[in-house]
Design a protein around this ligand. Structure first.
Ligand SMILES: *Cc1c(COP(=O)(O)O)cnc(C)c1O
Length: 398
């Protein structure tokens, strides 16, 4: 049988799944390829992206932040203004339309902070699909407003009590459900992770960010950016914006991981940044960089932002890092919280804590650049969901 899409990114990616799932992955790949070549599918996707998601999202020149930092000119790609408050809806909508096309009626999804769960519940309501979201019980307690949002949207939220009761355990449960119910159920994976074809599908649905941003930069700034910066959890918003510029050799691509309490503290999610714990391994169906202990067990991670708090990174980022087409760094909780406040004060924008990691890198880098240089930052989401965390962290000083 012919392979429709590359299964791997250099040595990374692949399909490390139980045999029972192979037919579903093959069907998904076939359906995706046929959908992308079908003008009717693309027209429906584009129409809903405009009328429901609110695309194109704007590009905002950050005048006061640029002046304050005194170096490069800074532009923000405003995924925070997409419906449900982050980029995740782009992928959720695309996959949900594939579900309709496959004549399946039910989706399962995993969620950590709840953002992907909310995006999944939203598109399920829009398209009339049954939706079950698996969420660790620890995360349910931490992210109550998003649990209510999902329920209001008609989804069932199933608490996961195994392991650390967080995201990786929720993914295990979602996969288990999928294996059992694969005939009528689609696993709506939320980041550029998992077995092929997921990392490619998610990149393609998120590539709208990079396509729009490239065009908007040429219109507004009259040139391409020198540097593109995005935060990297699983890597979907970063791969989406990077994909618009990856062929432009002059554009430097920078991904920012969660530095947590600092790399040497061991409490972080810097998969590329920690030389002692970051090794290539297999997790949730894909081969990539995974934080692990000396026995190969998945290491515990920490970040102030739940969306970056995951032990593995998407396989395409692993390849971009090895080939040095992209570079990866990290920002600590403290740096992200400080950047969060800076953006609030200088631009009137409350960013997600995940996105604040990208802003923290801008704050380090822009002053070292010339005034005629340009940075593009992907502002992956808005900060409304993080207010409780921020109040807890900064309460005394507010
Ligand atoms: C989930 C999330 C992220 C991290 O996920 P990626 O797949 O790495 O993009 C980043 N920002 C926001 C606002 C999120 O909700």
């Amino acid at each position: 049988m012919t392979t429709l899409l590359p299964h791997k990114f250099g040595p990374y990616g692949g399909q490390f799944v139980p045999e029972t799932l192979m037919p579903a992955l093959i069907e998904l790949e076939r359906e995706f390829v046929s959908a992308r070549n079908d003008p009717a599918f693309n027209a429906e996707f584009d129409k809903l992206m405009a009328s429901f998601v609110g695309r194109p999202t704007p590009l905002t020149y950050a005048r006061r932040l640029s002046e304050k930092l005194g170096g490069a000119q800074i532009y923000l790609k405003r995924e925070d203004l997409a419906h449900t408050g982050a980029h995740k809806i782009n992928n959720a909508l695309g996959q949900a339309l594939l579900v309709k096309r496959m004549s399946k009626k039910r989706i399962v999804a995993e969620t950590g902070a709840g953002q992907h769960g909310v995006a999944s519940a939203t598109v399920a309501a829009l398209l009339g699909l049954e939706c079950v979201v698996y969420m660790g019980s620890v995360d349910i307690a931490r992210q109550e407003p998003n649990v209510f949002r999902m329920k209001l949207l008609g989804a069932e939220v199933r608490p996961v009590e195994s392991g650390t009761k967080t995201l990786k355990d929720a993914i295990n449960e979602a996969i288990r459900d999928w294996v059992t119910n694969v005939r009528d159920t689609h696993y709506l994976l939320g980041s550029a992770l998992g077995p092929h074809p997921y990392p490619t599908i998610v990149r393609e649905f998120q590539s709208v960010i990079g396509r729009e941003a490239r065009e908007q930069m040429l219109m507004d700034a009259g040139r391409l950016p020198d540097t593109v910066i995005a935060c990297v959890g699983g890597g979907s918003n970063a791969i989406g914006v990077f994909s618009g510029f990856v062929k432009d050799e002059s554009v430097e691509l920078i991904g920012v991981e969660a530095g947590g309490s600092g790399i040497i503290s061991g409490k972080h999610a810097a998969r590329f940044g920690d030389a002692t714990k970051a090794r290539v391994g297999v997790i949730h169906g894909t081969r990539t960089y995974v934080l692990q202990d000396e026995n190969g067990q998945i290491a515990e991670t920490h970040s102030v932002s739940a969306g970056l708090d995951y032990a593995a990174v998407g396989p395409e980022h692993a390849m971009l890092r090895d080939t040095e087409r992209a570079f990866y760094t990290s920002a600590t909780d403290e740096e992200a919280l400080s950047a969060f406040q800076t953006l609030c004060h200088t631009e009137g924008i409350i960013p997600a804590l995940e996105s604040s990691h990208a802003v923290a890198e801008v704050i380090k880098r822009a002053p070292t650049m010339r005034k005629d240089q340009v940075i593009l930052v992907n502002l992956s989401g808005r900060g409304d969901k993080d207010l409780n965390t921020v109040i807890k962290e900064l309460g005394q000083n507010l």
